[in-house]
Ligand binder design. Structure first.
Ligand code: ATP
Length: 801
């Protein structure tokens, strides 16, 4: 047990000892423990421009002494600068935008403001907090899919502060902007909350949507200031500027107080008694481990949140903890519950307040509790699996910690390469700056529909194209004109038909056609999935989760765009297997390093789902079911490296060591590819499901051994680009993840992939390390540094021709 300088075990250390009590030493799961110190608050005076009424209202809502970052951000916004406030969880970002907006309202009774959040629930929370302040003349109102028709006219005509989301702005507000003329004329501020969530394809859509919004506001003579709120991220200024398409200043110096926290990294033990794919060992699942930890912490009386990746996982983890408690402390079983999206707002409120006042002690939740919900000051947080980004990791762990008392955060690694890497590289988790979100507003697949929408909203003028990407926009417009969707006139580009293009754009999708998921018995539409990923997610036999309910797919009718499902809750989950082929269409950048090249470019990925695995929650694989589905072609961006045969097989004296025997090359490349896909999310803020890969010993287009990692969305989302630019640290981390795993020949924690089309065959773990050594040595040597320099953030310039 670790003690404080005064000789006393901290509360957090006691909790950790409790969670590990009785675990045999050779199975001790904790790989690292770190203590993060408490932080004292720093206060600033209310600026002179804040009217007394507003100051009093904000003080009454709990912020009687503002923190310096709140005043810094608010003052910038007040002075007319776009600002992004990127500070920690519960650091009072709301006040940073409430202050300028409410102050402006108090001095200009025609002023209006728009608040946008990625979710309806968060917008509702923020609306409630502004309404509760009860400041005269603010007239705040929600305008989203739930707003009754009867109220919409009132909101358009009278509301001054409208709380909405990107989807509604796109479909409901911009297309009928003339009915919103009053609102746009007065538009002084646009608040973009939780903006770090706008990444990948969704981020690219929102970036273009914000450009459309600014254009329409200018049409009415307004020029709103944007105030963005973000979790802490690297380069918030650059990201926000890219998202807005306009200059934006960052405020990052967090002056809010925070309690001390103990962070424990935890790797569940290998279970030798269970067999996974190809008989690889599996680890105890992170969810099952989280349930045990949750139960132990509840017994200690610690108010605990366990974050789990899926809704079903949240239910299972809560259930698991309840079962354990039912045996050892039955009176505590009812103090545990699950929380996830899909519950009614009242149910959610009730769960939140029960957790805050101690009626509940343990709650297992999805990331529904991550965004915005004002729950903090808990005794402990358990994260079952890396949530995908460091921003989310800190957001979730930030729910723990009260001033004056320390709190425990336990990160439980799942059975995959990224989690394994993090469990063994605490610095990568605890000391790295949070990654910047990636988005690509120049993606023609995203740009085209937004230019069509913009033209339909108001004819596009040549002078307006710069904000939409200049030449990229001109090329896309030419295509839209050729397709007769737009007409070019001397005064600009015009939308040609009476139908609006807006309904065909799905901001959260890939731009591909949507497949409707329909319950066959009732004809109820459950949801939609991207056409591009439908074969992988709603193939016959797939288990499909909707709002926590489980369905099984009976039929996928691609021609009519419908997947028919029935309600069923089998104990297994399914994961599709596909075979993939890749063709290089254009190499955009190429760097060569004596036998190794690193490339970025456009590719065509042809894939076919050929079957699926059925897997038990324990990780055990039940069977593989074959499927017969058509091929799909995806045009996207990829990063790839090639290694020449001489170097790869050790015939040329390369710097990377002995080389790989020819027979082992396919397995070595394949394993290196899987691990690299697993680690890219560390650098590119994507999910491993957003990217794919192909490896081959001799690729038709490159003529050499090649490993590709490609974006999973049409046109790309910026992930491959990020991989290209962070090539050395990315492959260095990949190598370390593989070598850190103690399994003998490859398992899900290192080189097996949950979605491999070839059933994870062939895979050569040692060969993968050799390939990565050869590549990193060649690149490192050409650049004059060793590959152990993981800090080198960029591929060095081409030096070897
Ligand atoms: N200056 C202040 N002094 C004391 N309490 C404050 C201050 N500013 C804000 N708070 C309180 O801190 C809590 C968190 O504020 P808020 O929800 O704005 O944080 P946030 O940074 O937006 O959180 P999240 O990370 O969840 O988005 C609220 O209960 C709020 O009333």
């Amino acid at each position: 047990m670790t003690t404080t300088p005064a000789g006393q075990a901290t509360r957090a250390r006691q909790l950790l000892d409790r969670a590990t009590a009785g675990v045999p030493q050779d199975r001790y799961p904790v790989t690292h423990v770190a203590d993060l110190p408490a932080r004292e608050p720093r206060h600033a005076a209310w600026p002179d421009w804040v009217p007394a009424t507003i100051r009093d209202a904000l003080a009454a809502s709990g912020a009687d002494r503002p923190w310096t970052h709140q005043i810094d951000a608010a003052s910038l916004a007040w002075s007319g600068r776009n600002v992004v406030v990127a500070t920690g969880t519960a650091s009072g970002k709301s006040l940073a935008y409430q202050l300028p907006v409410l102050s402006r309202f108090a001095t200009d009774d025609r002023a209006t403001a728009l608040y946008l959040s990625p979710t309806k629930a968060l917008a509702a929370d923020q609306l409630r907090s502004v309404s509760d302040m009860d400041v005269d003349g603010v007239r705040p109102a929600a305008y989203d899919g739930d707003t009754p028709q009867s109220e919409r006219g009132w909101v358009r005509d009278h509301a001054r502060w409208v709380f909405s989301n990107p989807d509604m702005l796109h479909r409901g507000i911009l297309p009928s902007h003339s009915r919103w003329a009053r609102f746009f004329r007065g538009l002084e501020y646009v608040v973009v909350d939780e903006c770090h969530g706008y990444r990948g394809v969704f981020g690219s859509h929102v970036a273009l949507l914000l450009r459309r919004l600014r254009r329409i506001a200018r049409h009415y003579g307004a020029d709103p200031v944007f105030v963005l709120a973000s979790a802490t991220t690297a380069e918030p200024e650059r990201f926000a500027t890219r998202l807005l398409g306009d200059d934006c200043v960052a405020v990052t110096d967090d002056a809010s107080p925070r309690g001390a926290r103990t962070m424990a990294l935890w790797e569940p033990p290998l279970l030798h008694e269970l067999a996974g794919e190809n008989d690889a060992p599996v680890r105890r699942s992170a969810g099952a481990e989280a349930a045990r930890i949750l139960a132990e912490l509840v017994i200690e009386g610690a108010r605990t949140l366990a974050f789990v990746r899926s809704r079903r996982g949240a239910e299972l983890t809560a259930l698991g903890a309840k079962r354990i408690l039912a045996d050892v402390a039955p009176e505590l079983a009812e103090k545990v519950a699950a929380y996830r999206a899909g519950y009614l707002p009242e149910e959610r409120r009730e769960l939140e307040s029960a957790l805050m006042d101690g009626r509940l002690l343990g709650v297992a939740t999805t990331n529904a509790l991550e965004l915005g919900v004002d729950i903090s000051g808990l005794d402990s947080v358990v994260l079952a699996g890396y949530p995908g980004t460091l921003a989310s990791f800190w957001q979730q762990s930030g729910r723990a910690g009260r001033s004056g008392d320390d709190a425990l955060v336990v990160f439980v690694a799942r059975d995959d390469p990224l989690d394994t890497y993090l469990a063994h590289h605490p610095k990568a988790l605890l000391e790295r700056p949070v990654e910047a979100a990636v988005l690509d507003p120049a993606n023609p697949y995203v740009l085209a529909p937004h230019l069509a929408c913009a033209a339909a909203e108001s004819a596009l003028k040549a002078g307006e194209l710069e904000q939409f990407g200049g030449d990229a926009a001109r090329r896309v417009l030419d295509d839209l004109v050729a397709d007769r969707l737009l007409r070019r006139r001397p005064s600009g580009w015009y939308w040609t038909t009476r139908d609006r293009p807006h309904h065909d754009v799905d901001l959260r999708g890939s731009g591909a056609e949507q497949i409707a998921v329909v319950e066959a018995d009732t004809s109820r539409l459950l949801g939609t999935v991207d056409g591009g990923s439908a074969c992988g997610t709603v193939h016959p036999g797939a288990v499909y989760l909707h709002r926590g309910d489980s369905f099984v797919v009976d039929e996928l009718d691609l021609e009519h765009g419908i997947a028919y499902v029935h309600r069923e809750d089998p104990e297994w989950s399914t994961s599709a297997r596909d075979v993939v082929d890749i063709e290089v269409l254009e190499t955009v950048e190429r760097r060569a390093f004596g036998g190794v090249t690193v490339n970025l470019g456009q590719v065509a990925v042809t894939s076919q789902v050929v079957g699926y695995l059925r897997r038990l929650p324990s990780g055990e694989v039940l069977d593989h079911v074959p499927l017969d589905l058509p091929e799909q072609v995806l045009h996207t961006r990829a990063v790839w490296y090639t290694v020449d045969e001489e170097l790869l097989c050790g015939r040329r004296r390369g710097p990377g060591g002995a080389g790989v025997e020819p027979a082992r090359v396919p397995g070595a490349l394949h394993a290196a590819e899987h691990a690299a896909i697993g680690l890219l999310p560390l650098f590119a803020t994507c999910d491993r499901w957003d990217i794919g890969g192909v490896s081959t010993a001799a690729h038709a287009d490159t003529g050499e051994a090649t490993v590709f990692v490609h974006d999973g969305h049409p046109g790309g989302a910026g992930f491959a680009d990020r991989g290209f630019h962070a090539f050395v640290p990315w492959l260095t981390a990949t190598r370390e993840a593989v070598t850190a795993c103690e399994c003998p020949a490859g398992c899900p924690s290192c080189v097996q992939s949950p979605k491999c089309g070839n059933g994870n065959e062939p895979l050569d773990k040692a060969g993968a390390v050799a390939v990565l050594d050869i590549v990193l040595a060649a690149v490192g040597r050409a650049a004059g540094h060793g590959h152990d320099d993981a800090q080198a953030a960029e591929v060095p310039a081409d030096s070897a021709g």
